[in-house]
Design a protein around this ligand. Sequence first.
Ligand SMILES: [Zn+2]
Ligand SMILES: [Zn+2]
Length: 144
Amino acid sequence: MGTREIHHCSICGTCYQVQLHHVAFRSRAPLLKNIRLNFKYLCNKHHQGKNGPHKNRYVDLTYKLELQDKLFELFSKDFYSEKEIQELLNTTSSTAKKICKKLRSYKDGYSSKELVKRLMGDRIYTQEELEEVEYEDPWEGVLK
Ligand SMILES: [Zn+2]
Ligand SMILES: [Zn+2]
């Protein structure tokens, strides 16, 4: 029998009813579905509750921007090869192939900017989007 990994909610630390959340939703960013960086463990309240990412757009966008930042940190050079992408994302060669398939191949490899955009579901999230949500958000300030 394998050992079962115990996960804690990344917000409150409980290990009770912890669920795996995909920061970039699987429907929108299927390439990230098995990538650990995209995983966030959350208890039921912090996952499905009113201040969880599925109900609160501000929280959702905050997590997505954090993920995007991590990806840009990970891919800090301008260009990467498919092999490097596979290693950095700690993924399989078939996933790496899928990721690179629609990316333009330059002389020095794949552009990190285009790569991150593709991973995030063919879009780049911005701080401005978050500020717009924050402005409309009745819970403004609660999360800080
Ligand atoms: Zn929690
Ligand atoms: Zn979720």
